[in-house]
Design a protein around this ligand. Structure first.
Ligand code: FES
Length: 234
């Protein structure tokens, strides 16, 4: 019989942390930008020890970020989940290009800004995807979008074109905006609501880390408008 603790999973505690289990590696992921402030590259820093299980702060007030230190109880944190449990593909905007299709679920935007490429926005690039350079740039823009807002689809095969992530967690930092970003969940890790429902399994998605999202548990970029800085972050 398989040991449940070894299966990658995230369980949301009511008004509390995200319980991560299954030996999922975690790294700091920093957004590097160009001179216009658009995301151009992720810088990964492996600075967290491997742990079989850990609890990540969702309220934004832990003094031991990214881990929960129990502060959510002292402050009476309201972590009510308001996001749709349903599938991402229920209602995204669809952009049809000659070679690619793009799906866009704007409510998931984490404002990482990789969709604005030096060649143009991923939407325009999709519409010109018979050009190989623009096609490749559009795909890269969707791969670098941590929130899973954007997915490129091969129109000939009807299949999504997604990065081959292993289960892993990224703690996003955005020094160009002087803010701490959300929790990047990669590689199809199941996320279970505090009521036991399952969110749609995604290749990548971002969970709120500042406690201010109006689309919990997912990030809605509130960390940028609120100027969120995690405590205990270099
Ligand atoms: S969720 Fe526990 S301290 Fe933030």
């Amino acid at each position: 019989m398989s040991d449940d603790k070894n299966i990658p999973k995230i369980k949301i505690v009511k008004n509390g942390p995200y319980l991560v289990s299954g030996n999922i590696p975690m790294a700091k992921q920093t957004i590097l930008v160009d001179n216009q402030g658009h995301g151009v590259k992720w810088e990964e820093e492996t600075c967290f020890p491997m742990k079989e299980q850990y609890a990540l702060c969702s309220c934004g007030e832990s003094s031991n970020s990214p881990y929960c230190d129990g502060t959510h109880q002292k402050i009476g944190y309201d972590g009510t989940e308001t996001a749709s449990i349903g599938d991402y593909l229920n209602n995204p905007q669809v952009i049809n290009g000659p070679d690619l299709m793009l799906t866009d679920a704007q409510q998931l935007c984490a404002l990482a800004r990789f969709c604005h490429r030096k060649e143009g926005g991923v939407w325009d690039l999709t519409e010109q995807s018979d050009n190989p350079e623009f096609r490749a740039s559009a795909i890269q823009g969707t791969w670098d979008c941590p929130a899973g807002r954007l997915i490129a689809w091969n129109k000939k095969t009807g299949k999504s074109i997604e990065p081959p992530y292993e289960p892993s967690i990224g703690i996003i930092e955005d020094p160009a905006k002087n803010v701490s970003g959300p929790i990047w969940v990669r590689g199809g890790i199941p996320i279970e609501s505090c009521d036991g429902s399952q969110y749609a399994v995604r290749n990548q998605v971002t969970l709120c880390r500042c406690g201010k999202s109006r689309n919990k548990p997912f990030c809605d970029a509130s960390h940028v408008s609120k100027g969120y800085k995690a405590k205990n972050t270099d």
